[in-house]
Design a protein around this ligand. Structure first.
Ligand code: SAM
Length: 221
């Protein structure tokens, strides 16, 4: 029942909001500290966006980092307690808004759309299509996600956050996708010019994440 899993997924970020905020702000997640935070920030800097939209922004660290670099940043997230934590730390505009509620009239258009470990359910193709309405004519989309390794296929899994130091009462269903499934979903939704990066964990040598940088299929006139 995908509908139920998607709802449980969103609810988990309400129940786990305090634990997640602490884990991020206290630097408890080693892969973020050592690799993936720097990787997404470097990718953002390469594009020099004037306006950035952070989808599934959580407690807002990426928006704050972008604002500190002179970028006009907006964050949206379905979890009201995470948006409250983001607003309390200030530094950007935030809205409680799920991906189903994305409203171009409210959000406007952005040079860069960023999804940092935030595309977690099975409705990816439709969402990727809707994101087209939120970009400027040459605007791009950056997705960082857990590296799927060389596994094939796709399907629901469950995360219990056991390595993150407590404060996570709710298990999170999430939808696994192979590298090929990510690429097909992007192409099917009209994104092209896809650049793939695989940031490496400096201690283990493992691929820490998959970073997908996509642009419009057609070049603006
Ligand atoms: C792993 S956290 C990442 C948060 C943030 N991007 C970061 O890097 O710290 C995933 C975030 O995606 C948000 N999210 C998941 N599904 C969503 C949906 N359908 N609509 C809006 N936000 C969603 C969650 O509420 C959560 O804040």
């Amino acid at each position: 029942m995908p509908e139920d899993r998607a709802t449980r997924l969103q609810d988990s970020w309400i129940h786990n909001a305090a634990g997640w905020t602490a884990a991020v702000r206290e630097g408890r997640i080693e892969s973020r500290r050592l690799v993936t935070d720097a990787a997404i920030l470097a990718a953002i800097r390469r594009h020099r966006p004037a306006r950035l939209l952070d989808l599934g922004c959580g407690e807002g660290w990426l928006c704050r980092a972008a604002t500190a670099e002179g970028i006009e940043a907006t964050g949206i997230d379905a979890s009201a307690p995470l948006i409250q934590a983001a607003q309390a730390a200030a530094g950007a505009q935030y809205h409680v808004m799920s991906y189903d509620q994305l409203d171009p009239a409210v959000l406007g258009r952005h040079d860069l759309l960023v999804c940092n470990f935030a595309l977690l359910d099975d409705r990816l193709p439709a969402l990727l299509q809707r994101l087209q309405a939120l970009r400027t004519p040459s605007g791009r989309l950056l997705i960082q996600t857990l590296h799927p390794g060389d596994a094939a296929g796709q399907g629901w899994r469950e995360e219990r956050f056991e390595a993150f130091g407590g404060g996570f009462p709710a298990a999170m269903p999430w939808y696994f996708r192979s590298r090929d499934a990510w690429l097909s979903a992007l192409r099917d939704a009209g994104w092209g010019d896809i650049v793939i990066t695989e940031p490496i964990h400096p201690h283990t040598g493992a691929r820490a994440s998959l970073l997908l940088d996509a642009g419009p299929t057609e070049t603006p006139a």
